[in-house]
Design a protein around this ligand. Structure first.
Ligand SMILES: [Zn+2]
Length: 545
C-alpha cells in the first residue's frame, strides 16, 4: 500500500495515573490447551513429486462454526455473529494476504473423527472443502475461560502426511465477546491473528516438523531450537532457524546473535509458543501485549523457516523494539536499568506508594523531565520515569512507566531497587520497567492514539485519536498547546520530520512554532523513525485491517 503522507496529530502526554487499574493485556490460553500428539492425514490423489512441483498460492483458511451453531442455546447469538461476520473474516484476510502455501491437489478432507475433543462434522470426511486449513471456531461453555480470565486459545490438531503442515486446528474463545465498536473489533482481530499463528506455525509441538520447502524433508529440531541456561539458572529456549536468525541479526544489529529467545516466564505453553517479551516486546507473538501489536520481520522469518509458507514481507510492520541495540542487549547479567546517581532509593520506593494519586498535567510541566536517578542504555525499550506517563516504544499509545510492589521478594536477577519487592509491573520482562497501558474505564486500549473513544480522553481539546496518530512528549502549557495543535494540523510527513528530528531547522519550516523553546524533544523518547526511507514510512503508516 503506497502512502503519500501520514497525517499525524500529536497526542500530547498528560500525567494521569489511575487508581489501581487492571492492566490491559491479552490473555492467551495456550497454556491450558493439550499439546496434540502428531496426527498425520493423507490426502487423496497426491504424491510427493506433485507437492514439490506445486506453485505457491495464497493460503485459504476455512472457518467452521458448526459447534456454536449446533449449540446456540448455550451461547449469546451476538458472539456467533461477531465471530462469523467480523472477527474471523478479517483474520482470514490477514493470513490470505500474508502467506502462500503449496496447495494440496484436491479438496481438503479430514479422514478422522476428532480434532482434540471436538467431533469433526461428517462433511469434512466425505466431501471436503476447497481450503488449505480448516479451523474449528469454538466458544468455551464450561466457564473455565471466564474463571481463568482467558480470552482465547488455539492449537493445531491434524497435519498433512507428506509436508507435516497443519491442516486443521481449533480456536476457542471466551463467551461474551462484546464487540460493540471498532476498538473492540481491532482488539479481537489481533487476538485472533495471534491465536491462529499458534495453529499455523508457533507452538512447541510443531518445531520438530518444520521442513525444507524443496525436499519436504524435516530440517530437524536442532536447526530450529537452541537451549541456554540463564544467569538465574532457568532454562531458556531460542529460535535459531536461518531466516529468523538473519532477520534478527539485522534488526538488533548483532552479528553473533545465536537466536531469538522464546518466553521463559509463564507456563509451559506460554514459554514455548511466544517470543520472550523482554527482547521482542510489541511483536504480536509475545505472551501478553498492550496496545502495540506489530508483525515483525523476525516473526515472518519463522513462518518462512517452517518450509510451509512463503511470506509477503511488505505486509510486516515497522518494528522498533531493540532496533540496532547491538549484542549487549542479550548479554548475561546486563541490567535493563541502573541507578546512575546513587540517590536514595526511598524516593523511588515511595513512588510506588504514591501510585494511587492522580498527577496532573501541570506537574510534569513544572518539573520538566522527571528524574528518578536511574538510567538505561535502552531508552526506547525500558523506562526510568517511574510511575509517570511515557510514550510506548513505537509511539502508538500513552502508557505509564509502572512500578509495582510485589507481595514477595524478587529474585536477584530481577532486582533493580533497594526494596527487594519493587520492580516493573510487567511480569514477562524480568521486571524491567516498560510502558504499560492501563485500561482505566475503557474496555480495551487505555491510552492508544489510534483506536478508542475520544470521549474518554483526559484532554479532549488537545488529544486526538486517529489511525496514524502517534504519542509524543511535550511540556507545553495548556494555552500555547492549543495554539500548537492548530499549527500542526494538516501538516505533511516531511514537516513532521523537521518538527521531531531537526528542531534547529524548524524555523525554516512553514509550521510556525510560536515558542520553539517550549518544544521539548524528550531525550528519553525517541521519535518514531517514520522518515528513514519510503519502505519504512509505508510500514509505519500501515494498518492491517
Ligand atoms: Zn499465545
Amino acid at each position: 500500500m503506497m502512502v503519500d503522507f501520514c497525517l499525524i496529530y500529536i497526542s500530547l502526554l498528560i500525567t494521569y495515573i489511575n487508581l489501581i487499574n487492571e492492566i490491559n493485556s491479552k490473555h492467551c490460553g495456550i497454556d491450558f490447551l493439550k499439546i496434540p500428539k502428531r496426527t498425520l492425514l493423507k490426502q487423496e490423489g497426491e504424491n510427493r513429486r506433485m507437492l514439490k512441483e506445486n506453485n505457491w498460492e495464497n493460503l485459504r483458511i476455512h472457518m467452521d462454526y458448526s459447534f456454536i451453531e449446533n449449540n446456540i442455546g448455550n451461547f449469546d447469538k451476538k458472539d456467533l455473529i461477531d465471530l462469523k461476520e467480523k472477527i474471523m473474516p478479517k483474520t482470514q484476510e490477514v493470513f490470505q494476504n500474508l502467506l502462500k502455501v503449496k496447495r494440496i491437489q484436491n479438496k481438503l478432507k479430514l479422514n478422522t473423527q476428532s480434532c482434540d475433543n471436538y467431533q469433526i462434522p461428517e462433511i469434512y470426511q466425505t466431501d471436503g472443502v476447497d481450503a488449505d486449513l480448516i479451523i474449528f471456531v469454538l466458544i468455551d461453555d464450561t466457564g473455565f475461560f471466564l474463571q481463568n480470565k482467558i480470552e482465547a486459545g488455539a492449537i493445531h490438531c491434524l497435519q498433512h502426511e507428506e509436508t507435516r503442515r497443519p491442516i486443521a486446528g481449533y480456536i476457542q474463545f471466551k463467551p461474551q465477546l462484546n464487540v460493540n465498536n471498532s476498538t473492540a473489533l481491532d482488539y479481537m482481530v489481533w487476538l485472533a491473528v495471534h491465536e491462529v499463528s499458534h495453529i499455523l506455525v508457533i507452538n512447541n509441538a510443531l518445531y520438530e516438523d518444520y521442513i525444507h520447502p524443496e525436499t519436504l524433508e524435516p530440517i530437524g529440531i536442532d536447526k530450529v531450537i537452541g537451549k541456554k541456561i540463564m544467569e538465574s539458572g532457568n532454562k531458556m529456549n531460542f529460535i535459531k532457524s536461518p531466516k529468523v536468525l538473519e532477520n534478527a541479526k539485522k534488526h538488533f544489529g548483532c552479528d553473533h546473535l545465536d537466536g531469538v529467545p522464546l518466553e521463559y516466564n509463564g507456563g509451559a505453553g506460554t514459554a514455548g509458543a511466544h517470543w520472550a517479551k523482554k527482547y521482542m516486546n510489541t511483536d504480536y507473538m509475545i505472551g501478553d501485549s498492550y496496545g502495540e501489536n506489530l508483525i515483525s520481520e523476525i516473526t515472518l522469518g519463522l513462518f518462512e523457516d517452517s518450509g510451509w509458507y512463503r511470506v509477503d514481507y511488505k505486509m510486516g510492520n515497522l518494528f522498533l523494539w531493540g532496533k540496532n541495540v547491538g549484542c549487549g542487549f542479550f548479554e548475561k547479567g546486563k541490567k535493563c536499568i541502573e541507578n546512575s546517581e546513587r540517590i536514595t532509593s526511598s524516593s523511588i520506593d515511595s513512588n510506588d506508594d504514591k501510585n494511587k494519586s492522580i498527577r496532573v498535567f501541570a506537574d510534569i510541566v513544572n518539573k520538566g523531565k522527571h528524574s528518578s536517578g536511574y538510567s538505561t542504555e535502552y531508552k526506547n525499550e525500558f523506562c526510568t520515569n517511574f510511575n509517570y506517563p511515557i510514550c510506548s516504544a513505537s509511539n502508538i499509545f500513552r502508557g505509564i512507566c509502572k512500578l509495582r510492589k510485589f507481595p514477595f521478594k524478587l529474585s536477584k536477577n530481577e532486582r533493580y531497587f533497594n526494596n527487594p519487592q519493587l520492580g516493573g509491573a510487567d511480569t514477562l520482562t524480568d521486571k524491567c520497567p516498560i510502558a504499560i497501558e492501563d485500561k482505566g474505564d475503557q474496555s480495551y486500549y487505555g491510552g492508544s492514539c489510534r483506536v478508542g473513544n475520544k470521549d474518554t480522553l483526559m484532554m479532549k481539546d488537545i488529544e486526538k485519536i486517529c489511525p496514524e496518530c502517534a504519542c509524543f512528549m511535550s511540556n507545553l502549557s495548556d494555552g500555547n498547546l492549543k495554539q500548537r495543535i492548530n499549527d500542526v494540523k494538516n501538516i505533511s510527513l516531511n514537516k513532521i520530520k523537521n518538527l521531531n528530528t531537526d528542531s534547529k531547522n524548524s524555523d525554516k519550516d512553514d509550521i510556525k512554532i510560536k515558542n520553539k523553546n517550549n518544544i521539548r524533544k524528550d531525550t528519553d523518547q525517541k521519535a518514531p523513525e517514520i522518515n528513514k526511507d519510503k519502505n519504512e514510512v509505508e510500514k509505519s503508516c500501515k494498518t492491517l485491517f
